[in-house]
Design a protein around this ligand. Structure first.
Ligand code: AVJ
Length: 332
């Protein structure tokens, strides 16, 4: 549920647009479906059913990203730990989109076993996932100081900045940066840089450009899990916004452009149809698309460039054994 602040505005201020809507989710959905091309934000995939479908995706043989990054955190833990503890000062570990911390958990275990003094601040949009994570970490690493933050990256990052009094090490793993196009990612990195200070670091997981069949298969599984993951957002809109999407008339379509590195997911309307969302009626032409998600792939040169342009120094690129994924370590 999103927080509405309308009632604290001065009485004579201009009526904010949001009043037409019941919350930011409602606003984003209706506005996104009234633009051309139609668009929904992939950050809304992650309701409890979406969380579970994403877990299923991570277990698909085609979805290599998790395995690759897990291998990096399992086999190169020492290297990662050394890189973030070189300057010996205490720090706080802030993880954007922590999820189940499957990968970072290895680093946490290592740091705790070596008596490093730090707090772990997991940030996630899913409160459901966060409470499961805290439960798991309390069990696995009993003395770990955990400060969970539920919400959007930047808002929670600001909050983490207010709470943390030590050097900051930010983790942004899993290829989550891929859900931004390259321009958005560049702005994102510059914005994170602006919030950090000299000595602070960030480790970003980038999925690398590779054989285009390998990339496309990871997002176009024959079992239909990725399709269900996309369709679930329509069901979520039905559930939460009293909408009437008939999901049998929407079909998942995946594309990958190996030059730009953009892997994109769409839903195709299979017929002319109207969908109602509370007071709004939205028309879909047959074969009209909803732009659902981008999963951007990178070349090492593009990562180097992004770090420099954002004002970071690239310290190390830590790859898996196949060279498919990289955790890139940057320092202010
Ligand atoms: C969670 C953003 C890393 O883009 O690879 C997986 C989400 N979407 N299959 C990705 C996703 C479809 C995933 N990230």
């Amino acid at each position: 549920m999103s927080l509405q602040l309308n009632n604290v505005l001065p009485v004579n201020s201009a009526a904010p647009e949001i009043e037409k809507y019941e919350g930011i989710f409602h606003k984003d959905v209706v506005e996104g479906l009234n633009t051309y091309p139609k668009k929904l934000y992939s950050k809304y995939f992650y309701d409890p059913i979406g969380d579970r479908l994403f877990q299923d995706i991570m277990h698909m043989p085609e979805y290599y990203l998790t395995d690759c990054e897990l291998e990096i955190f399992r086999t190169k833990t020492l290297e990662l730990a050394d890189l973030i503890t070189t300057d010996e000062s205490d720090f706080d570990l802030i993880e954007l989109g922590a999820g189940d911390a499957l990968k970072s958990g290895h680093l946490l275990q290592h740091l705790s076993a070596h008596h490093t003094s730090y707090s772990y601040m997991p940030i996630d949009i899913s409160g459901n996932i966060l409470s499961l994570l805290v439960e798991k970490l309390d069990r696995d690493i009993p003395n770990l100081d955990i400060v969970p933050l539920e919400g959007e990256y930047f808002e929670m990052l600001d909050q983490a900045m207010n709470i943390s009094k030590r050097r900051k090490v930010v983790l942004f793993l899993g290829g989550n940066i891929g859900n931004m196009d390259m321009d958005e990612a560049q702005l994102f990195c510059a914005e994170v840089r602006r919030k950090l200070s000299p000595g602070d670091m960030i480790i970003i997981g980038f999925d690398l450009k590779k054989n285009p069949h390998t990339v496309l298969s990871a997002y176009n599984d024959k079992t239909g899990i990725t399709s269900a993951f996309n369709i679930n957002l329509l069901n979520r809109i039905n559930r939460e916004l009293e909408a009437d999407f008939d999901t049998q008339y929407f079909q998942h379509y995946q594309s990958y452009d190996p030059i730009s590195g953009a892997c994109r997911s769409f839903l195709v309307s299979l017929t002319n149809q109207h969908v109602h969302i509370k007071g709004d009626s939205i028309f879909f032409k047959e074969n009209e698309l909803i732009d659902m998600e981008i999963s951007q792939k990178y070349a090492p040169e593009e990562i180097q460039r992004m770090a420099s342009l954002a004002g970071f120094q690239l310290i190390a690129n830590i790859e898996d054994s196949k060279g498919w994924f990289v955790d890139s370590v940057w320092r202010v």
